[in-house]
Design a protein. Structure first.
Lengths: 401, 75
């Protein structure tokens, strides 16, 4: 019995092994960590999965690997479904992968994380990219389900608080395979209408699968490209979607989005009243200045005669002050034109003001004003008051006109 | 390209704020102040009127006019 007679060729043995193995492992699941991952130019993926003590070569062909919802990377813990084949040329066996799922964490979660990472590195979440919301929008576009609670909630808020803003609804499919594309169409449609100055993207709460459309890349890119500011309000406060991250503003709920979008009428009225109040205060302040002038003038002895005039002005000012403190409605233009007259009159009364126009006043030593030439004798000194100061002077001689 | 210049609430609001700021700057003559005040009061009245008269309109867009891509994707 020669061992050479019973010996097999390499091919024969390999074929036997192949026949033994392949039918047994035609549809298996295996879990392991990816290493040596290569996404070849041909589109096929080559990698190894391993655990503590073993390794397994894997191939995932182009046609199948496009369905993977995440980017496989070295170190990733994955579940693979496929069959073992023997590669006779090299005498190696390998796993032909049909399905790849992340092990441990959900596929969707991982897809979310992968896209988030990618968009983050592209800067799509940067604050510098975010548009400011209009303070007071005239027309707001809504993209949400026509029958959903989100729409009902938002309309309630708008009806109660901000009736001045008109609404345009794009009834969208917010769940399922076609949802993301439909929402993208909605964004394109609403942003093409020039008078819409804000868009709200809204959907009520749901599972991660229900909200999935808002985690899709095409929607994220449409949001970031949109020239109209977008508020995203998807699910509950704890749900954060990619749409929320890309949008200009994220609202925790659809109701909150409606509140953020448009100030309430009472807020606006308050701000209008505040402006009026400030104008009122301003004129009160101006009137106070007139008061001060009146007080100043009435104390000047140089003006004996106009005291009566000053008193008249004083009465007018008193009336105006009364009106001002009553209410803003009393501050009508009639009153204001009276303030103008008042201020003008006072300016005319002020002797200093006259002096600044080029006149001077001569005072005798006793303080009396020099009114006639003979009030001063030759050689008598007197004080000359000009607009900006006084000087000492002496009468040298009388001149005839 | 708008045919008619309509009352813009937000810009009217900004105008009002600007008027108040100008008044408070106190560089204006009393005549100018009065003019500003009248303008401001008028604006405030207009703004209040708009708010009181506001009646919300809701328009629902018709999908039929939507781009074709949408239909193809659904089928």
């Amino acid at each position: 019995m020669s061992s050479s007679q019973n010996s097999l060729s390499v091919s024969e043995l390999t074929a036997k092994i192949k026949n033994l193995i392949e039918p047994k492992f035609s549809n298996i699941w295996v879990r392991g960590e990816i290493s040596n991952f290569k996404h070849h130019g041909s589109g096929h993926m080559y990698f190894t999965i391993k655990d503590k003590s073993s390794e397994l070569r894997c191939v995932m062909f182009k046609g199948l690997n496009q369905s993977i919802k995440f980017k496989p990377e070295d170190g990733m813990d994955v579940l693979l479904q496929g069959k073992i084949t023997v590669y006779e040329l090299r005498g190696q066996y390998q796993l032909i992968v049909q399905l790849m799922e992340p092990a441990g964490i959900g596929t969707l979660y991982l897809a979310f994380e992968t896209l988030k990472k990618e968009l983050l590195s592209e800067g799509l979440f940067d604050n510098s990219r975010k548009m400011k919301l209009p303070k007071i929008p005239k027309k707001i576009g809504l993209i949400t389900s026509e029958t959903g609670a989100a729409l009902r909630d938002m309309i309630n808020i708008f009806n109660r608080r901000s009736t001045y803003a008109n609404l345009v609804l794009y009834p969208a499919t917010v769940q399922g395979v076609s949802a993301a594309q439909d929402i993208v169409n909605g964004i394109k449609r609403l942003s093409s209408e020039n008078d819409i100055d804000l868009i709200i993207l809204a959907r009520g709460g749901g599972s991660i699968e229900d909200l999935w459309a808002f985690n899709e890349e095409l929607l994220a890119r449409a949001i970031s490209k949109c020239n109209t500011p977008i508020i995203s309000a998807i699910g509950h406060e704890t749900d954060v979607t990619i749409s929320d991250l890309v949008a200009d503003v994220r609202a925790p709920t659809p109701s909150a989005a409606a509140e953020i979008a448009a100030p309430s009428i009472s807020e606006l009225k308050q701000s209008i009243n505040q402006q009026i109040e400030q104008m009122n205060t301003y004129f009160e302040h101006r009137l106070n200045k007139i008061w001060q002038k009146l007080d100043f003038l009435s104390e000047r002895h140089a003006l004996q005669k106009p005291i009566a005039i000053i008193d008249r002005y004083r009465q007018t000012a008193e009336k105006l002050s009364g009106a001002l403190t009553l209410s803003i409605n009393h501050l009508l233009s009639i009153n204001l034109s009276r303030i103008i007259g008042l201020e003008k009159g006072i300016v005319a009364l002020n002797p200093i003001d006259v002096l600044t126009r080029g006149y001077s006043i001569a005072f005798k030593k006793d303080g009396n004003i020099v009114r006639r030439e003979e009030d001063l004798s030759v050689g008598e000194s007197f004080i000359l008051r000009t607009g900006n100061g006084k000087m000492k002077a002496t009468k040298k001689e009388s001149l005839s006109d | 390209m708008t045919a008619k210049k309509t009352f813009n609430f937000e810009s009217a609001m900004i105008d009002l704020e600007k008027i108040v700021k100008r008044l408070e700057g106190e560089n204006e003559s009393l005549e100018k102040s009065l003019e500003l005040f009248e303008k401001g009061t008028k604006l405030a009245e207009q703004l209040r009127g708009k708010l009181d008269a506001a009646e919300q309109r809701i328009k629902v867009l018709q999908k039929d006019k939507e781009v074709e891509i949408n239909r193809e994707d659904i089928s």
